[in-house]
Design a protein around this ligand. Structure first.
Ligand code: NDP
Length: 330
């Protein structure tokens, strides 16, 4: 079985030399364990954080050891009650072809109910991030105008559409290519969108949201956050989901210059972690699942094939090669 190890901690943008694809032996599952053949493996921006050894909310990947991440696979052999060979499970041992998984750390998923890859995306971690961040952290309510950055990505595309389906007065998105911007407006139903590479974010946002924004869902940080504070309405809320624009910076980046505006607007800015909101998973699937099935909520996936391309797929997420959730199919 092949698996990806991290061999040195990247500084700045990660490089291929920081990783190695290694052949490993597959052992039989012990008591309470299952052997799974991974079919879909997730690559996510947060993994960049685990490649550094800075203190964070998850432990760093260990040097010389296999990396981890979300994955869905088929059980080949089971030594655990309630899971049988042929079942499919969602678990956390991605970046490898085969994994031995403690059944307590796995969730059974139904390939008939939804395509397996969606348990990593639109109905999985990134979907719940969008749902919980918008509804709970940003306290979204009908009539709000919503701005989301990273809007053509896995989380962002779902934030905008859920806001629309729940009665937002206006949804604005930003993304890094004209093709993505077109998709936001023409396929996902955003009211306005802009390419942040085409000009200053603050100017483009003011043009797209002349009446300001009530909610900003931040996936990017930096000048996007600064622009959003500048356009924030009275009682506005900012949910800080991610700051991908700074993940590969080696120097501290300048912060928003207009934080004082939060005083006049009584604005609120709050970070959140999806792992604190798994109590919403059932409610999320009950509400969003039917929208996905009916096509009211659209999703794209960018699928890269082969374990040998797992690393390149991860680099692709950092570069913005993906539309929607980036998935590796083994
Ligand atoms: P995406 O599918 O959105 O992929 C990442 C996207 O980020 C790329 O496609 C790229 O699109 C964009 N990007 C890259 N660099 C920059 C930059 N410098 N400025 C602006 N955009 C950039 O990933 P996810 O949906 O999985 O994650 C989105 C965000 O949510 C990330 O910040 C992630 O860390 C965060 N997150 C947080 C969670 C939490 O619990 N708080 C849970 C899950 C995700 P483009 O072409 O538009 O540049």
């Amino acid at each position: 079985s092949r698996e990806w190890h991290i061999v040195s901690r990247p500084v700045g943008w990660p490089k291929a030399e920081d990783f190695a694809l290694v052949e490993a032996e597959v052992r039989q599952p012990g008591e309470g364990e299952v052997l799974v053949r991974n079919k879909y493996v997730s690559v996510d921006p947060y993994m960049r954080g685990r490649m550094s050894d800075a203190k964070s909310y998850v432990a760093p990947f260990e040097l010389g050891k296999v990396m981890q991440g979300g994955a869905v696979g088929e059980v080949i052999a089971s030594n655990a009650e309630g899971i049988e060979a042929g079942d499919h499970i969602l678990h956390f041992f991605g970046w490898r072809e085969y994994a031995v998984v403690d059944a307590k750390q796995a969730v059974k998923v139904d390939p008939e109910a939804a395509p397996l890859s969606t348990y990593l995306g639109v109905l999985g971690m990134t979907g719940l991030t969008a749902y919980a961040g918008l509804l709970r952290t940003a306290s979204f309510k009908e009539g709000d105008s919503v701005f989301v950055s990273g809007a053509a990505g896995a989380v962002g595309s779902q934030v905008g559409q859920i806001a629309k389906l729940k009665g937002a007065s206006r949804v604005i998105g930003s993304a890094g290519s004209d093709e993505k911007v077109k998709l936001l407006v023409e396929e996902y139903g955003f009211d306005a969108a802009f390419n942040y590479k085409n000009g200053p974010v603050s100017e483009q946002l003011r043009e797209a949201a002349p009446d300001g924004v009530d909610v900003y869902f931040d996936n990017v940080g930096g000048d996007h956050l600064e622009a959003a504070i500048g356009s924030l309405n009275q009682g506005g809320r900012i949910a800080v989901c991610g700051m991908i624009s700074v993940y590969n910076s080696t120097e501290p980046v300048p912060g928003p210059k207009n934080l004082a505006r939060l005083i006049a607007t009584r604005g609120r800015i709050e970070g959140f972690l999806v792992s604190d909101h798994y109590d919403m998973q059932q409610q999320f699937v009950q509400e969003v699942g039917p929208w996905v099935r009916s096509g009211e909520l659209k999703y794209r996936e960018t699928v890269v094939e082969g374990i040998e391309n797992n690393l390149e797929a991860f680099f692709g997420v950092l570069r913005g090669d993906n539309i929607g959730k980036m998935i590796v199919k083994l």
